[in-house]
Design a protein around this ligand. Structure first.
Ligand code: MRU
Length: 358
């Protein structure tokens, strides 16, 4: 099969996709505990929606699509605690639990998007509302995996054979239902022999790149080189990378994109060095109701994440720190936004409106 991007998409997905962050077992949501990777590969069981909300807040599960999927299953768990004759009554009773899930993290729109889908499923449902929301949670998960596989082909097709890429944070199977967004493009690009060199920034302070991305690629047998975040401009100057490929937590109506802190400075440095900058995210990350990036709430986390590593203080007592965990890359610095619906090149408000009407 040749997809509409003109690239052969017959990837051996089983070879390139080994990790699953979320497993629904019928009575619990099993989450791969990303706080302890790569040294312990352990699942924790959530049996209530509040346990899911706490796991999202604590980064047990993280990555924009993955927290949306987890929240959807959280609604299914909350449904176990109520009785209702139809979907409308269930929706009223489940609303407080949905609001607590929504409040777990503010920046990634996928969380609110998934909960809105669950609300819509309930609104349509009669006495079979329990089956209906379980089907909806499953659909959110399977659609994400399909979107990622498609985006992988679309994004890889933009990259010239023999290129080097730099990525940031973790956007792989760990952050999604599987395959990943930016990391999916990297998987597809390596498979198609378009990508010859992969670099990952460590992504301080939580080290998603160092702890998660290079480990995940290692599971696939994809060679990747870890760099300190501070080495990115030097790497670009060396000529070893042609693209920066990142994910997103929220893409606004004008193309401004919130992603992991440090993304913005990579985009500035890429522009300076004449490199291309690609954002890869499912359409569930596109928020056409937010006009521009200055309107996005940027999560700020506990300064302790900066002052200590794995519980051990690394900074002098009494020092203060500021820990915003996302930043906004202005659309003018982005060459392509890839979603499962297609590629928006040089995004702006008009091109986004054309790509995401209504
Ligand atoms: O704080 P995190 O680890 O949840 O942040 C994740 C990111 O910023 C990712 O780049 C983004 O969610 C896209 S994941 C496919």
């Amino acid at each position: 099969m040749v997809d509409n991007a003109g690239m052969d998409t017959r990837l051996d997905f089983d070879r390139y996709d080994h990790v699953r962050p979320i497993r629904w077992t019928g009575d619990a949501l099993q989450l791969l505990d990303q706080r302890n990777l790569p040294f312990a590969v352990e699942y924790v069981a959530c049996r209530s929606s509040d346990e899911v909300a706490a796991a999202i807040h604590a980064l047990t599960v993280r990555g924009a699509p993955a927290i949306g999927i987890a929240a959807a299953w959280g609604v299914v768990l909350a449904a176990r605690t109520i009785d209702a004759l139809d979907g409308a009554e269930a929706a009223r009773k489940l609303e407080p639990a949905m609001q607590r899930l929504n409040a777990a993290r503010p920046t990634a729109v996928n969380l609110a998007w998934a909960l809105a889908r669950m609300r819509r499923a309930l609104a349509d449902a009669g006495p079979d509302w329990r089956e209906r929301i379980e089907r909806e949670a499953r659909a959110i998960e399977t659609e994400d995996l399909a979107a990622n596989r498609h985006m992988g082909a679309l994004g890889a097709n933009l990259i010239a054979p023999g290129s080097g890429v730099l990525t940031h944070c973790n956007t792989g199977s760990l952050a999604t239902a599987g395959f990943g967004t930016a990391l999916g493009v990297i998987r597809a690009g390596v498979a198609a022999e378009r990508i010859a060199r992969v670099f990952a920034g460590e992504t301080r302070p939580w080290n998603q790149g160092a702890r998660l991305t290079v480990w995940e690629l290692q599971q696939d047998g994809i060679d990747a080189t870890l760099i300190a975040d501070a080495a990115a401009s030097h790497l670009m100057q060396s000529g070893q990378v042609q693209w920066v490929v990142v994910g997103a937590d929220r893409i606004c109506a004008n193309g401004d994109t919130a992603n992991k802190i440090g993304t913005y400075q990579l985009a500035i440095a890429a522009k300076h060095h004449g490199l291309k900058f690609m954002v890869v995210a499912p359409s569930s990350t596109v928020d056409m109701d937010t006009a521009s990036g200055d309107l996005i709430e940027i999560e700020e986390r506990d300064a302790a994440e900066l002052l200590a590593f794995r519980g051990e203080r690394t900074v002098a007592e009494g020092v203060h720190a500021w820990n915003p965990v996302f930043d906004v890359t202005p659309h003018a610095l982005i060459d392509a936004i890839v979603t499962e619906k297609g590629v928006v090149e040089r995004p702006d408000a008009a091109r986004m409106r054309a790509a995401f009407p209504g």
